[in-house]
Design a protein around this ligand. Structure first.
Ligand SMILES: *Cc1c(COP(=O)(O)O)cnc(C)c1O
Length: 373
């Protein structure tokens, strides 16, 4: 008898997340459908409360997606035309698009070669060198599931009188000194895109914060600037999170800590089994916990390794193949970010999500070792 064909391993698997909680998700969807209330109802109000409590902050506002969350957080904090906002170029263009949508201009800083997060020493020298009063805010990106050194960033931001708005789209539950990412900045933006650690089955996002006035401002901005129905206090717009997605997110939030623990166990298995391979493994800084949104290795032979793994039925991701300052829409030939550019040429995400088994990870490890021979 032939052995059963082995299933393809995916870097992320939203369908597996659905199947793992199918009874509860189906019940949540049905509850909303029968309620007759589909927008800004009790499910969203409950999710916002539960998410803020889980995060350990005063409030959260559900919005249409993660990109809107970044933009609305910046707008609520007072960023707009004429301002400049510092961020990194090894991110999804959404971060940069959101800055641009406020009317502000993005300014890129290079990354640390190890963690591949914003290089705070480079940021400090850039700020001291430029002394540009138009620079008003910093958007750190907590890439792959590890947060930037937020206490150090806040201290630096304070010295230069800059706002910090966290891009926490990949950092649901990551901590620095035991405190969750998304609770340090003036506001933080989350995405619940289906493949994120906390994912909806459609588009969704949230802004969280500890200052009730700022959080309230985001709440107004997400629906036409209304404090009272039909009366706009602010020039807002529509960026609502619907009741079905909110009800689903409540189910998934209740499972998130267990899923993060499962990710952590699989990541440790990779780290142990790949220790003596030619790959560079993820660097987790002292005092920080990683939520393993992505398990990212590095190799100068990245493209060949990816092709090899794919012939073996192992899906791999590249986050991100082209840094933002090298993409047509944002191209800046005068800018050189050597660590960012090198990272983009070498990074590879191996499959890692709570639907994988120890055997799946062992299979990936065997094929990686097979590639290097
Ligand atoms: C996913 C993501 C976003 C954008 O979120 P959307 O919900 O897709 O708009 C922004 N920043 C980072 C780092 C992300 O990973």
């Amino acid at each position: 008898m032939l052995p059963a064909p082995r299933s393809k391993l995916l870097t992320a698997d939203p369908k597996a997340a659905y199947l793992a909680a199918q009874t509860d998700i189906d019940a949540a969807i049905k509850r909303v459908m029968l309620s007759g209330h589909y927008i800004l109802g009790p499910e969203l109000a409950a999710f916002e409360k539960e998410f803020a409590a889980w995060l350990g902050t005063a409030g959260a506002v559900g919005v249409a997606n993660g990109t809107d969350a970044i933009e609305l957080a910046l707008l609520a904090a007072g960023i707009g035309p004429g301002d400049k906002v510092v961020t990194v170029a090894n991110t999804v263009t959404a971060t940069v698009a959101a800055i641009g949508a406020t009317g502000a201009k993005p300014v890129f800083v290079d990354i640390e070669p190890g963690t591949m997060l914003m290089d705070l020493a480079a940021l400090e020298s850039m700020l001291s060198e430029l002394r540009d009063p138009k620079i008003k805010a910093i958007v750190p990106v907590h890439l792959y599931g590890q947060a930037v050194d937020l206490p150090r960033l806040l201290e630096l931001a304070q010295r230069h009188s800059l706002l910090v708005i966290e891009d926490s789209a990949q950092a649901h539950g990551s901590t620095v000194g035991g405190k969750k990412a998304g609770t340090f900045g003036s506001l933080a933006a989350f995405s619940f895109y289906p493949t994120k650690n906390l994912g909806a089955f459609g588009d969704a996002g949230a802004v969280a914060g500890s200052d009730p006035a700022l959080v309230e401002k985001v709440r107004l901005l997400r629906q036409y600037g209304w404090r009272k129905r039909y009366v706009s206090d602010l020039p807002g717009r529509n960026s609502r999170l619907d009741e079905i997605q909110a009800a689903i997110l409540r189910v998934r939030l209740a499972r998130l800590d267990a899923e993060t623990a499962a990710r952590d166990r699989l990541a440790r298995q990779y780290l142990g089994a790949l220790k003596n391979s030619p790959l560079s493994l993820p660097v987790v800084a002292e005092g920080r916990s990683h939520c393993w949104h992505q398990f990212v290795v590095r190799s100068p032979k990245r493209d060949e390794l990816k092709a090899h793994l794919e012939t073996k039925g192992i899906g791999c991701g590249i986050l991100y193949p082209v840094p933002v300052h090298r993409q047509p829409a944002y191209h800046d030939a005068s800018l050189s970010l050597p660590h960012t550019e090198q990272a983009c040429a070498e990074v590879l995400s191996l499959p890692l999500h709570p639907g994988l088994s120890d055997e799946d990870v062992a299979r990936v490890v065997t094929e990686v070792r097979g590639f290097f021979g």
